[in-house]
Design a protein. Structure first.
Length: 217
């Protein structure tokens, strides 16, 4: 008599208990990653609705920022939840400020008289908001882990401030496209800008840490 391996039900048991179709069996990290995706998707939808662009941009920033923040923390041997929460807060602050930054750069690009002052205002705004977002996100992350690191706080504050200033003019592109009536395209450009910002942040962390944790999953 021939007995097939397929006749034994043991082969089909879910030993880990993490069935993809059952959210209640997911690990905490999986749940947080799904939440990040849902926030980003909801953000794109809100970006396409008149009057909800700030909320949409904040959700996109929170979704992308939390996903990358959690992965950076995990790859460096840290707490995924702490990195996820810190990235969420920083991303939400920068995302909510993006439409305002877009308006400021729009004024700067379209104003011939006093354009220099308008550019200074736009740059100061993005630099300040970036510093606030980086500092608050880092402090919340450190409060979860219970370990205060002044060097990390300063580095993240300065890096976020600098990156948001560099990427600030791109927010004008997203804002301008949306203001012209192409809300869906504007939302897409805003999402790409946020992703580009967070990936740049991730790559800088990789370089700073010697490239050991550059694999993003």
């Amino acid at each position: 008599m021939v007995i097939s391996d397929y006749n034994t039900p043991v082969m089909y048991t879910d030993i880990s208990g993490y069935a993809w179709w059952n959210p209640f069996s997911w690990s905490q990290e999986t749940k947080l990653k799904v939440m990040s995706g849902c926030m980003a998707a909801a953000g794109v939808l809100f970006m396409m609705l008149p009057g909800t662009q700030v909320l949409g941009a904040a959700l996109i920033g929170a979704g992308v920022g939390s996903y990358i923040g959690g992965n950076i923390s995990s790859k460096n041997g840290g707490n995924y939840l702490a990195g996820w929460t810190g990235g969420l807060i920083t991303g939400a602050i920068l995302g909510a400020a993006s439409p305002i930054a877009g308006q400021l750069y729009g004024i700067a690009f379209s104003t011939s008289l006093g354009a220099g002052t308008a550019f200074v205002d736009a740059i100061m705004f993005t630099a300040t908001v970036g510093a606030i977002g980086g500092a608050v996100g880092t402090l919340v992350k450190q409060s979860i882990t219970g370990v205060f690191n002044g060097s990390e706080l300063i580095n993240n504050t300065l890096m976020t401030s600098g990156l948001f200033t560099v990427f600030g003019p791109l927010t004008f592109v997203s804002y301008g496209i949306g203001a012209a009536g192409y809300l869906g395209l504007g939302a897409g450009v805003g999402l790409l800008t946020e992703v580009a910002y967070d990936l740049t942040n991730f790559l800088i962390d990789c370089i700073r840490d010697g490239g050991e944790y550059c694999e993003l999953t």
